[in-house]
Write a protein that binds this ligand. Structure first.
Ligand code: G3P
Length: 219
């Protein structure tokens, strides 16, 4: 399973990269706004900075919602770096754009996916990644993780090659459950990744090992 970090914060990306287990970065317009990055030039420059930190796939989202606009943005975004993946919303023109990108060899991430039907459309259109939003489905009282399992089952039966990118992942349990449900990738903030490190028995065990070592050495 791949680990992507879901942020546009350069420090968090660098920190995740330094762990040696980062496979990529996902961003979206809200995450860009959170970093106070606005205007096409600044956004493009920020993507370049992210691509300078990591060789992993970097999802860069289009703003247009029409076919021609999305095609034009995809064409510009992939010029930034080889590891750019164009993030395209699951709307009618988005599906057309996914298919066009596939025909041009442009890799894509289909975002805002909330149903198995939408995931089938994304795969049919040749998306590289499909992003079901787990946390946001849970937020409305539905079962986000069941959607990952459903898509994994469908893709396996049908032989679709689109990778399932579990997005809107909010905590460590989400990461573990997405791994069990068949996600190829999880994307989340740094704190969710870091929560995987924690176990009280690890801390207690290490303290005891070090204390025993010190005792044996006569300290
Ligand atoms: O990048 C898309 C997704 O991960 C957003 O997550 O927490 O805003 O629902 P969230």
């Amino acid at each position: 399973m791949k680990f992507f970090i879901d942020t546009a914060n350069l420090n968090d990306i660098a920190e995740a990269e330094s762990l040696g287990i980062l496979d990529g970065v996902t961003t979206n317009p809200s995450l860009m706004a959170k970093e106070k990055i606005s205007g096409t030039e600044a956004v493009m420059a920020h993507y370049k900075k992210i691509c300078d930190i990591t060789d992993g796939d970097v999802s860069a989202e289009v703003i247009s919602t029409d076919f021609e606009g999305m095609k034009a943005e995809a064409t510009e975004l992939v010029k930034i770096a080889d590891n750019i993946v164009v993030k395209i919303p699951m709307i009618r023109d988005g599906v057309k754009t996914l298919a066009w990108c596939a025909s041009q060899g442009i890799r894509t991430n289909c975002t805002l996916v909330f149903s198995a039907g939408q995931a089938i459309l994304a795969a049919k259109a040749g998306a590289t990644y499909v992003s079901p939003f787990i946390g946001r489905i849970d937020d409305i009282g539905w079962d986000g993780m069941q959607l990952i399992a459903d898509i994994a089952e469908i893709y396996a039966i049908q032989g679709f090659e689109t990778e399932i990118l579990a997005a809107s992942i909010r905590n460590g349990k989400h990461i573990i459950d997405a791994a069990k449900a068949g996600a190829d990738v999880v994307t989340c903030g740094l704190s969710a990744f870091e929560s995987l490190f924690n176990h009280p028995l690890t801390d207690i065990g290490l303290e005891k090992f070090l204390a025993d070592h010190a005792k044996a050495a006569g300290h």
